[in-house]
Design a binder for this molecule. Sequence first.
Ligand code: AMP
Length: 418
Amino acid sequence: MDRQQLQPLQGMTDLTAPEIALWQTLEEKARRLLDLYGFEEIRTPVLERTDVFTHSLGETTDVVSKEMYSFHDQGGREICLRPEGTAGVVRHVAGGGPEALESRLFYIGPMFRAEKPQAGRKRQFHQVGVEIFGPANPYADAECIALQAHLLAEWGLADCAVHVNTRGLPEDQKPVTDGLRDALRPHMNELCEDCRRRFDVNVLRTLDCKQPGCRTLVEALPEITSFMGEAARRHFGKVRDLLGPMGVTASVQPRLVRGFDYYIHTVWEITHTALGAQDALSGGGRYVIDFGKKAVEGVGFAIGMERIVAVLTAAGTAPAAHARPHGVWIISLGEEAVRENMVLARQLREKGVKCGMDLGMRGMKAQMRAANRSGAPWAVIRGADELAKSVCVLKDMKTGDQAELALTDLLTRLTAAG
Ligand code: AMP
């Protein structure tokens, strides 16, 4: 294999030490906080039937029409790598009993989109996401937004901007799309090719089109709430009223619609200035997905972990995340000592002492260098002499002092040092 073949696929990354320690810290903090809010973890498969997404996200969305890693397996089934987390969770809930429709679930894991890789855009990226099923009302929406702000603050990101809007009820959809088409029709020639193509099938997408011509047109459009009925506006007003007292400052962004078809009512996005062009840290909203058995309504969000790591790293405010250093490094001189020290290492680890040892039968000097590199405050040395006397040499790596100890005393001493 040449050098390039040893790299992961373009847009994908091996996550390793030392950065992985930050990921673990963030995940731990998320697990702890989500538990306080009563969420349980769900791990859905990374591979799903493609129609789980085409049916819920919508055929004409960018993710489904351009970015899915979709293929036929050996049995001829059309399957794909999940591009997002909500649809799989809803598939699970739709197939479950009534208690599933009252659940609070979270997931942490990789998502896949065949996008053009660039800063902030990967082909495999990771999301922490939550879904709240149960009462379909503005209180759940507000709690979900506030939870998300709480989680970001736990991670050291209190300085985010929260943008909210509403997609209205399903019955508002036609007046909204008709209203947008009427307003855009006289300017058809000024729309980009994508938006002209999507005009009849998904005119909402024009609202978040990045082309300068489309953006100018969109700025002049009426707010989509002006096409909605009273019920949608009331729901949205209530969400906004609830957020302030919970310490969330949210600004209404009238063009925010989010990329998937399943959204209804409240949608939101959280951004951070340190991210540049791809400034969205996370997004969420209320949704309805109907896989045929029963329509499932929920509210949730997904946070892009690569972007969280990028912001924290850029700001230099990443929570301290150091791998725990070794407590002991064991040095073995000769094969018999290696065998006996493997037993000793097992005993120490059973007692919660982190220890390492060299399995390469190297000389004393090389093993001592490894002991120094490990950062362990203690080294244990055993060779044929020590084995014959049933003792070990315990060396204080800082002072260089060393003493012979009986094996049982050694275990007591190191366990206490922990
Ligand atoms: P979405 O599922 O599109 O609503 O995205 C939710 C969040 O996931 C975004 O705000 C980003 O933080 C993150 N995200 C989405 N797509 C990517 C990507 N291609 N690369 C990295 N992060 C992404």
